[in-house]
Design a binder for this molecule. Structure first.
Ligand SMILES: Nc1ncnc2c1ncn2[C@@H]1O[C@H](COP(=O)(O)OP(=O)(O)OP(=O)(O)O)[C@@H](O)[C@H]1O
Length: 260
């Protein structure tokens, strides 16, 4: 398949027991895109990322990541995708330092082959997220914002082309959200393709290129201004969501979802 798309989904259906989490998704993610995936709880957003990662197998449909089936070709996923999961799966009982967490992003084979080089890479990734000074501190003792940046360092340490992040702002205050958002913008400007699942568009509204509005079906995808209409938001959330326009940017008030 010759294509500049890093990922392509064609009529993808995912079912867990009797319920469909994704229904007939058609989506193309071009190289260097910066896309936000928006939708209510249970809309299938995390599932969509897991389909791209090849860890959830669709019942029907076709998935291509860098031209390959990610379910069959794990190598293409490991070598090209960095992933920041919704819940960080770092065991608090094990006294891991920040650098140890970043090292998890390097394949065991590469790590064993050249430990010094791996350490060097991990430190460089921590430097990128401006956390070189906490490299040898315990991960569990870092702040929520610092932890999130360490997890981004883990996702980028092997220099992936595509970065998938699942709700990276969920536990962060406005300042930390801004720090993480500016990191993502920089990574995108440097050529990485980024897909972010989020309930909070505010930190990234001025840097994303596209939005996909999801509620099991793909309701709309395109430029934020075109997608974030009251009509589309009504279809996705089932309630009236106010949209305000500020500085030429369309902004849905997702925090205030009460009918008046
Ligand atoms: N491994 C699983 N087994 C069974 N059901 C699952 C599994 N993973 C997801 N689901 C179901 O699929 C649906 C979509 O879940 P998903 O986590 O993708 O939604 P989401 O949009 O990311 O939600 P949220 O915003 O709450 O994180 C939900 O109904 C969920 O319960």
């Amino acid at each position: 398949m010759i294509s500049t798309n890093v990922a392509e989904l064609k009529d993808v259906w995912v079912r867990f027991r009797n319920e469909y989490a994704l229904q007939g998704i058609n989506l193309e993610i071009p190289s260097q895109d910066y896309m936000a995936i928006l939708g209510p709880n249970g809309a299938g957003k995390s599932t969509l990322l897991k389909v791209i990662l090849g860890v959830v197998k669709p019942e029907k449909g076709e998935v291509r990541v860098f031209g390959e089936d990610p379910f069959k070709n794990r190598k293409v996923v490991v070598e090209n995708i960095g992933y920041v999961p919704q819940k960080e799966n770092v065991n608090d009982k094990v006294p891991l330092r920040a650098i140890d967490v970043v090292l998890m992003g390097i394949s065991t084979k590469k790590f064993l082959f050249n430990r010094n080089k791996a350490m060097e890479k991990a430190l460089k990734a921590l430097e990128y997220v401006n956390l070189r000074d906490v490299a040898y501190k315990l991960f569990r003792e870092l702040s929520g914002g610092q932890k999130q940046r360490v997890l981004i360092a883990r996702a980028i340490v092997s220099d992936p082309k595509l970065l998938l992040l699942d709700e990276p702002f969920s536990a962060l205050d406005a300042y930390s959200s801004r720090v993480v958002a500016s990191l993502l913008r920089k990574l995108n400007q440097e050529g990485k393709t980024i897909v972010v699942v989020t309930h909070d568009l505010a930190p990234i509204l001025d840097s994303i290129k596209r939005v996909a509005l999801l509620n099991k079906k793909l309701i709309a995808v395109g430029k934020p201004k075109e997608v974030l209409t009251t009509e589309n938001l009504m279809k996705a959330y089932g309630i009236h969501v106010k949209v305000i326009s500020y500085d030429g940017i369309c902004y849905p008030l997702l925090g205030d979802q009460h009918e008046h």
